[in-house]
Design a protein around this ligand. Structure first.
Ligand code: APR
Length: 253
């Protein structure tokens, strides 16, 4: 772990006035939820065109529910890890305005983050594409899968954004607002290859924000959009940054 970059990130965060975080699946890997594109990730086992596109769901919802069941089992039992808690602590310290997340696992909220913008929706709710009826995913039993709407008997869909679906307009508006007005963006655990989410760090950079990347490995942002990459696991890096922030803050009241 590069201690010099940990110190630099802590100093940048303390100087920032409008810092935000932008997170992807990598921040939840240490909670036991595999990401999508690393070796062994979800897309190495399920072809996203066949399982994660809205047309695939409409065509064969029971087939898609074979993947969704695995995702639900992983996420409903998962716990926030030190990376989620570190971002919640930065918000608590008044140093982070919001977390914009591509994740649907709800772990930022369970770690204590209050301002969370769910750019790809949430797995916490199931919705009927026919009549709009909704129920929480919590408490769903294996016998109920695939769950059906009690009114029109259609198979319910998790309230997540499938490929081919629009981003919820409130989330998109808020995320764009934050990306366009922040002076620092922590980009944590995302390959940044999916759009429009991947546009957010580019927008932040374009309007002059410092972009700090925290990732296990370099991404398409590294060396062009990111000011610097702190390479390593988020569950180790972020707590070290928060620890350094508190040490520096204590030193210079
Ligand atoms: N710490 C930090 N980074 C990590 C860790 C970790 N412990 N584990 C993995 N990573 C990094 C990987 O190196 C990769 O760069 O996290 C990133 C995960 O990338 P993806 O699997 O592509 O996930 P994400 O960027 O969130 O995907 C975006 O694509 O499939 C859609 O809707 C889905 O929201 C998702 C979107």
């Amino acid at each position: 772990m590069d201690r010099g970059l940990i110190r630099r990130a802590a100093e940048d965060i303390l100087k920032a006035r409008r810092a935000v975080a932008f997170t992807g699946a990598g921040i939840s890997v240490e909670s036991g939820i595999p990401d999508f594109r690393s070796p062994g990730g979800l897309w190495s086992r399920f072809d996203p065109d066949e399982y994660a596109h809205i047309e695939a769901f409409r065509r064969d919802p029971e087939k898609v529910w074979r993947m969704l069941r695995e995702m639900l089992e992983l996420t409903l039992g998962a716990k926030p890890n030190p990376a989620h808690r570190a971002l919640a602590e930065l918000e608590e310290l008044g140093l982070l305005r919001a977390v914009i997340t591509q994740n649907v696992d709800g772990l930022h909220q369970r770690a204590g983050s209050r301002e969370v913008i769910e750019f790809h929706g949430t797995q916490d709710w199931l919705v009927c594409l026919g009549c709009g009826w909704r129920r929480p995913s919590e408490g769903i039993t294996p016998e109920e899968i695939p769950p059906r709407c009690p009114h029109c008997d259609l198979i319910l869909k998790p309230d997540v954004v499938f490929f081919g679906e629009p981003i919820p307009w409130q989330a998109q508006r808020r995320a764009l607002e934050e990306a366009r007005s922040c002076d620092l963006m922590l980009v944590v655990g995302t390959s940044a290859v999916v759009f429009p989410a991947g546009e957010l760090p580019i927008l932040a950079k374009r309007q002059g924000a410092i972009v700090i990347e925290i990732n296990k490995e370099p991404t398409v942002l590294t060396g062009s959009i990111s000011d610097y990459l702190i390479q390593g696991e988020a569950g180790k890096t972020l707590p070290l940054i928060v620890q350094e922030v508190k040490r520096l803050r204590h030193e210079t009241p």
